[in-house]
Write a protein of this length. Sequence first.
Length: 573
Amino acid sequence: MDLVSVMPGRGRRVRARTWSAAATVALAVAGISAAPASAADVNNAKNAGFESGLSGWTCSAGSGTTVSSPVHGGSAALKATPAGQDNAQCTQSVAVKPNSTYSLSGWVQGGYAYLGVTGTGTTDVSTWTPDAPSWKQLTTTFTTGASTTSVTVYTHGWYGQAAYYADDIQVFGPDGGGGGGDNPTVPSAPGGLAVSGTTSSSVSLSWNTVSGASGYNVYRDGAKVASASGTSATVSGLSPSTSYSFQVTAVNSAGESVKSSTVTATTASSGGGGGGGGALPKHAVTGYWQNFNNGAQVQKLSDVPSSYDIIAVAFADATSTPGAVTFNLDSAGLNGYTVDQFKADIRAKQAAGKKVIVSVGGETGTVSVNDSNSAANFANSVYSLMQTYGFDGVDIDLENGLNPTYMTQALRSLSSKAGSSLIITMAPQTIDMQSTSGSYFQTALNIKDILTVVNMQYYNSGSMLGCDGKVYSQGSVDFLTALACIQLEGGLSPSQVGLGLPASTRAAGSGYVSPTVVNNALDCLTQATSCGTFKPSRTYPALRGAMTWSTNWDATAGNAWSGPVGAHVHALP
């Protein structure tokens, strides 16, 4: 969430630069799978692992250097640091053959990182990832034109973001005559395969990263049932109270590894597992309640209007234990609101059919869940808060990085403790949901069977791509509908998609739209009426609803957002 005019220690994020149409085109093509390799294919990139420094590479504004740590393979990797108006782009001219298909891949870590190619003679492509805390492989493919003999491969970061690292770049395909990179070999079998969670109809798995792998295949009882780009997957469509065996293989352009060791899992009985919605109405409104005074109207929970179905208490605080969170009611800042009053108000809201959850993160939140221990700490601490205060669940609003493998592990562990009534919501930024390869989108898909709703923040983002590949500016019906379409067509259920908007112009740096625009977008998505220039290919009548930051800013404006939007959401068919 964006905390405008906040108290000390809760600063507002200001993007260094608005996303341009040219830059956002890179976001549309993530996740394209590589074409099969032939025996004669080679890696055409030179100095692909940066073992010879920056030989063969040119980096803008002196932004690039080589480092000995972290590295993905060998003894060196590229480190490139954006500064000012420079996005730290490093390029190499690569010899290729005309009318040929190539697999472009590379391993990245750190800040926002992009990998792409220009000059293909056909369609130039790119892929990207935000804030990768550990090495992650980016992969896409391209085809050369009839007269193309060289292309330009590039990496770059993003304005105002941290340095990124890149290693083991591959342009794998027919020998263009100027190779020099190392050819890939078939990867080894994944290790560490484990069951991270079960429901009555699904089993979630995780495993260790395999060097050189571009993806993984999941086998159930010997038959391939899923593919994954990361080191986790959920196999669904299973029968209750049934035992299954699972194995995983690693794949790249050279082939598929042997299968991993086998793990077995038994699904829960038909009464167990996650429900992901509890007793929520079909269409619901979410509002964030501020546990601090930042100039918006101070509220008790009892002051929150009945138009809000889910109240997300912002925010839980990080502790000195990795991954663990706690909650400290700001009684002094809330005019003497006591813990006992707070707990009683939670119970009263629940008696009225509302859900009250604790939100983790915020614009300055520093909770880090990046290994099994911190995942366990997160689950245990959130469950403890649920028992202490009576919270119905948790909201994930981590705007400074999220590890999908271990956040998935943490939320599934929490689900196993809390049961099917657990509410799980998410509030990613627009950039986090542009592609299914993004860490937030991956996490949402990983826990789809227990996820309640993703209320993406359609503000403070500038221009973004819609699901039709066109660029839309924030502040319009088209921006809301075309970006929601990405989630709706990317694997989330319509009941798991909500539109997150600021309650007033004071609630966010940019992106406020009137309640009329919000309602028009809801009608467009659910009934194909009141659309702008973008018209979705189909309707989504089960769309969950809308969210706002915050109930306090809404109250400051006389509840001018929740009044009309709440009534409209609840009147949807």
